[in-house]
Design a protein around this ligand. Sequence first.
Ligand code: NAI
Ligand SMILES: O=Cc1ccc(S(=O)(=O)O)cc1
Length: 479
Amino acid sequence: MFKNLIGGEWVDGPRSTRNINPSDTRDVIGEYAQADAAQARDAVAAAAQAQRAWGQSTPQQRFDVLDAAGAEILARRAELGDLLAREEGKTLPEAVGEVVRAGNIFKFFAGEALRGDGELVPSVRPGVGVEVTREPVGVVGLITPWNFPIAIPAWKIAPALAFGNAVVLKPAELVPGSAWALADILQRAGLPGGVFNLVMGRGSEVGQVLLDDARVDAISFTGSVPTGQRIAAACVARMAKFQLEMGGKNPMVVLDDADLEVAVSAAVNSGFFSTGQRCTASSRLIVTEGIHDRFVEAMARRMATLKVDDARKPGTDIGPVVDERQLAQDLEYIALGQSEGARLVAGGEALERNADGAPGHYLRPALFADTTASMRINREEIFGPVVSVLRAKDYEEALALANDTPFGLAAGIATTSLKHATHFKRHAQAGMVMVNLPTAGVDYHVPFGGRKASSYGPREQGRHAAQFYTTVKTAYTQA
Ligand SMILES: NC(=O)C1=CN([C@@H]2O[C@H](COP(=O)(O)OP(=O)(O)OC[C@H]3O[C@@H](n4cnc5c(N)ncnc54)[C@H](O)[C@@H]3O)[C@@H](O)[C@H]2O)C=CC1
Ligand SMILES: O=Cc1ccc(S(=O)(=O)O)cc1
């Protein structure tokens, strides 16, 4: 039994849940404790108690813990990547890449703990000095989704600890294994008991405690829009700080002058890799007249070469969908697209078994053409390997279509025109813009986040993370 970590102790739960491999649903990865509301409150109490000393710890102490955690994650990349691929279903190379990202994030924020930030500012009044400093927020509740089981917890935990906060992490129910491994690593990296707490359990029970408990000073959340909205309402009601990363309906524009090979590779990568289960995935390909038919044909040819199979098998391009509920959602949208009049060019069939006959949640990546902007498949986040092509007359119409969405996380363009690339970087209504690159596949040391319904609050990642995990103090002294 894998237990919760509360106040530095491994604690059993009143219930437990089985962690199932979506590539082979007969494979049970382990039994994981499920905390209840009382245990979640114990974790908050432990964090509140431990934060006082951790908030006063030296930058060297915080560097040492984060650096040790990062080093262990990187050293165990193969084993942790295997666990991640087994519980979430992304392919082994993708999973190892995610583990490396997590290790690098800990290393980056170890450095940030040392690079203290503050200003001495001349006052407008004679004889007065002004200091502007940053202090920890206090106890932060981290609520994370299933699609990046180690990278998303890492990019919230590492800055939280680096800036002197205590943490209560509630990972997604579907992927407790990577979160547990992270908790074990942090516990052994020398963190004082209670500074980091793991409470696995239901969002409506354990997550709700984090939203309601006045001792939790801030909430950082990644997941769906409806849950994000619930979190926002709860935090505003008691004036807690919060940050939300939610969905996307990310466009990739392909112009007549694009290098076809570059455009197809970027579209296949960002639409279908990680089984399309990335908030940065491109689900709308907006293609101008002159290249449209060649592009759709080339996409179909490339898609026919993609191997859909067990996530941990060498050579697999696309692993399974994470669970049967998500698969049902993907299939509903595929049926909806057909009923809305879109043309299914390739894929879209569910496969109940992989090449070795193991039962899993497999889906052949689906490409729709002849779609319009008002179709629900072009307005709602599907969160699976389902991509639409929209035809545009020219660059201006393509840009307007790209921005015609409630979301604003990432946007891409494939073009050899410097003029259009430059214009798109300025005018795409998205937090992240890519030129001749997939919309998914971001660096770990620069800001991550979006606009409109995609994100709320300060950016995650890079030096900008300090804005969420610290609070600014301005002190005046009369000499
Ligand atoms: N943009 C993104 O990165 C992600 C988007 N999604 C989207 O969300 C859909 C549903 O997936 P879910 O895993 O159910 O997402 P979700 O938003 O319900 O869950 C994300 C996290 O929030 C927690 N949570 C749920 N209800 C809560 C509550 N009342 N209070 C506090 N915490 C709560 C969950 O336990 C999980 O840890 C997916 O089909 C997909 O469309 C899902 C995962 C990531
Ligand atoms: O939210 C975590 C996250 C999201 C996207 C990516 S990437 O676009 O695939 O690099 C990585 C992590």
